[in-house]
Design a protein around this ligand. Structure first.
Ligand SMILES: Nc1ncnc2c1ncn2[C@@H]1O[C@H](COP(=O)(O)OP(=O)(O)O)[C@@H](O)[C@H]1O
Ligand SMILES: [Mg+2]
Length: 252
């Protein structure tokens, strides 16, 4: 059974159809990357999977369970976590507190920082373990606003990762990062537990080809091609959209 199954998904904004009959299957532990030109509908697709947007028609299933009409919080408890294209962390909270909220999102219940987490050693331990896994333990007590943009993006991934999701959605995790920070983000993504399904929107082709098991190309809201990196890269329709975009030294 697929970890994520998308069936005949349609979404329109007014008369603009931005998701057109999308069908997609992601297996448990698969690392799937979505590419496509600006405005192709990548974020709109992710928003429907995350529950921030409701499709006009079609279905979204996680582990065979229809989540199409569930709220984001309910999907989080079903094992879905995500980051957004723009940093959406709590600027006045510490790194530790931001990541702890990620653990609590998975568990559910109240989000009151000062009562909910107190006296819950599991939550604290999981938060610490995630910070260590990401190499962020030294930054735990820092207030988020004092961190560089690149470090903040790492904390965002840490917060999403903290709940040990079955499926992690990342929207352009390397956007706005320096080359050094991008390489660090690639390493972080590659080091994620292999059992975790990943759906990543990414425009940097070096990143795409270094993390993807499979790639889907969106074009004007529809799937133009989907499959193994080599097959997608050699697809004539994809080459037409991405003239020479694939780096010659791409790893798989
Ligand atoms: N809330 C919205 N209302 C109206 N149009 C939107 C909205 N969000 C996105 N769009 C439009 O939908 C299309 C797809 O956008 P988006 O999913 O953000 O593309 P991508 O992430 O691939 O760059 C674009 O034409 C965009 O202008
Ligand atoms: Mg986008």
């Amino acid at each position: 059974m697929s970890l994520l199954r998308i069936e005949h998904l349609d979404k329109a904004f007014g008369r603009l159809l931005v998701t057109r009959d999308i069908n997609l299957d992601i297996a448990a532990g698969e690392r799937h990357v979505i590419i496509g030109p600006n405005g192709a509908g990548k974020t709109t697709l992710l928003n429907q999977i995350g529950g921030q947007l409701t499709p006009n028609s079609g279905r979204i299933l996680i582990d065979g369970v229809d989540v199409t009409r569930l709220a984001p919080e309910q999907r989080a408890r079903a094992g879905l976590a995500r980051t957004f294209q723009k940093n959406t962390l709590f600027q006045r909270l510490s790194v530790f507190e931001n990541v702890r909220l990620g653990v609590q999102a998975r568990i559910g219940g109240t989000f009151d920082l000062f009562t909910a987490a107190r006296g819950k050693p599991d939550i604290e331990a999981r938060t610490l373990a995630t910070l260590e896994q990401m190499g962020l333990q030294k930054l735990g007590d820092e207030i988020l606003a004092n961190l560089s943009y690149g470090d903040q993006r790492q904390v965002e991934v840490a917060a999403a990762l903290a709940g040990d999701p079955r499926l992690l959605l990342l929207d352009e995790p390397t956007s706005g990062l320096s080359p050094v920070e991008t390489r660090r983000m690639i390493e972080i993504i590659k080091s994620l537990p292999r059992h975790m399904g990943l759906l990543v929107i990414e425009h940097d082709m070096e990143v795409v080809f270094s993390i993807a098991d499979r790639i889907t190309v969106l074009y004007y809201g529809a799937v133009l091609a989907s499959g193994k990196p080599d097959d997608v890269a050699n697809d004539p329709r994809v080459r037409e959209v991405y003239l020479g975009a694939r780096p010659s030294n791409a790893e798989h």
